[in-house]
Ligand binder design. Structure first.
Ligand SMILES: *Cc1c(COP(=O)(O)O)cnc(C)c1O
Length: 442
């Protein structure tokens, strides 16, 4: 591994060279494209991001759950270089190549369920979600799409409609796509409902306000990502999936953030044995290269007319080669088990932090996808979010060289998404810094 695995602060964060580059960014890059922590990265690997000033930061974000196998993971780099030397693009719809088919075969094998599956490949998560809806509409002959409170599905027009949070994702960008309806999510900390109760509540809203017979699909993140790492109460997902099955509604799992070993299984649906009709994947699929997929029951995927799915770059050969390298790393290093071990370590540390700091009112997540929610709870259980403290702790972590991400409808959730290539020592040190940041901002 070329990047030394140690946190090292040579300058303030961001350092002078990063600040110079930030000035250039301000001049040439649209302001709408934000940067959370403007350190300019020159190399990365293991659990470290190294910036242009020579600082080495511990990565607890994986570029939003993308570099699950680690940055510049060996099998990914090898495959990318070999493929780039062979050819870089033909367009699969014009003259095909084997890597695309290999990725679809891997998806058929790895995604939940033993049924015959087929896939179509795209460039981004949002594009995969859009295509899942296209497929569901053709396959069912229905229009309506159900999504949930706190959902995040992307930033294209249809997926903005499906995403819950207004700022920054939607504000001013409407009008949005029609026939998207929102149901209440299971959010145990806030609603106190069992999975069965929360599912009954959601089903009632959909049946009474949309009409079950109008629904093409229910699209749901098995653990919500941007919305706050919300883990639904046990039984919620199986109940919704069963109701879908009973009523000819397709159950679409958006596993873009949760998929590919992140939660300690290949997919988050595996935890309760939920078998979706369609699955969307992206982020962790290709070790950092842009690739996304819709995978589903063969007869549903084949409902779409020839030529109805595709795109110029979808399933680009280099991205496919990277995905095959990423899957190889996941298999050979048993990264699902590694995610579970990282999860146990994080859970332990975060639980002790919560015992010391009342502002931490929930520790939740699964595998290497853990979160803490900040706020206060009154006697009735009502939650008042604390976004200010979240921002203060976050700023402190960044200044100390630990890249932490926040999320949540109220901006009061820390989400921890380390690359699965991080060492226990580095992860422990990063969590020490988080703990110190809580103490320092008390
Ligand atoms: C990130 C994300 C998307 C959108 O993916 P992009 O590649 O950014 O378009 C969709 N769904 C979920 C659950 C995500 O986390």
């Amino acid at each position: 591994m070329s990047v030394p695995q140690e946190r090292r602060l040579l300058t303030r964060i961001p350092g002078p060279l990063s600040l110079e580059r930030l000035e250039r960014k301000k001049r040439y890059v649209a302001d709408g494209v934000g940067t959370m922590l403007p350190v300019s990265i020159v190399r990365a690997g293991g659990g470290i991001l190294e910036d242009v000033d020579g600082n080495r930061l511990i990565d607890l974000g994986s570029g939003i759950a993308v570099t699950t196998v680690g940055n510049a993971a060996p099998a990914v780099v090898r495959n990318v270089v070999e493929q780039a030397e062979a050819f870089t693009h033909t367009c699969f719809m014009i003259t095909p190549y084997e890597g695309y088919i290999d990725v679809c075969a891997a998806l058929a094998e790895l995604t939940p369920g033993e049924h015959a599956k087929k896939s179509a490949l795209f460039n981004s998560g949002a594009e995969a979600v859009e295509n899942a809806v296209k497929i569901a509409r053709v396959a069912t002959g229905r229009d309506a799409v159900a999504v949930f409170d706190h959902a995040y599905h992307g930033r294209t027009n249809l997926t903005m409609a499906m995403t819950a949070k207004n700022q920054p994702y939607k504000n001013g960008f409407g009008p949005f796509a029609a026939e998207v309806y929102r149901a209440p999510m299971s959010y145990p900390l806030h609603d106190g409902l069992s999975g069965e109760q929360a599912a009954a509540r959601a089903i009632d809203v959909l049946d009474k306000q949309v009409g079950t017979g109008n629904l093409a699909c229910v699209v749901i993140e098995p653990i919500q990502g941007e919305g706050g790492f919300i883990v639904p109460a046990p039984g919620f997902l199986p109940r919704i999936a069963q109701w879908c099955r009973d009523n000819g509604v397709l159950f679409v799992a958006d596993e873009i953030q949760t998929g590919f070993c992140r939660t300690g299984d290949w997919f988050a649906c595996d935890d309760e044995g939920v078998v979706p009709d369609l699955v969307t994947t992206a982020k962790g699929i290709a070790g950092g290269l842009p690739l996304a997929a819709v995978t589903g029951r063969a007869e549903l995927m084949d409902a779409v007319h020839g030529g109805g799915l595709g795109g110029t770059y979808g399933g680009n050969p280099i991205a496919c080669a990277a995905a095959l390298g990423a899957v190889e790393e996941m298999r050979e290093r048993d990264l699902a088990a590694r995610a579970a071990a990282i999860g146990a370590l994080m859970r332990d540390r975060l639980t002790s932090m919560a015992a010391e700091h009342d502002v931490i009112i929930d520790v939740r997540g699964r595998g290497a996808m853990q979160a803490i929610e900040l706020g206060t709870r009154d006697a009735s259980g009502a939650v008042t979010p604390d976004a200010a403290r979240t921002a203060a702790v976050s700023a402190r972590c960044h200044a100390e060289g630990v890249v932490t991400l926040t999320c949540g409808t109220w901006g009061n959730v820390f989400r921890f998404l380390p690359p699965l290539s991080i060492s226990d020592d580095l992860l422990g040190e990063a969590l020490d810094v988080v703990a110190e940041a809580f103490a320092a901002t008390a």
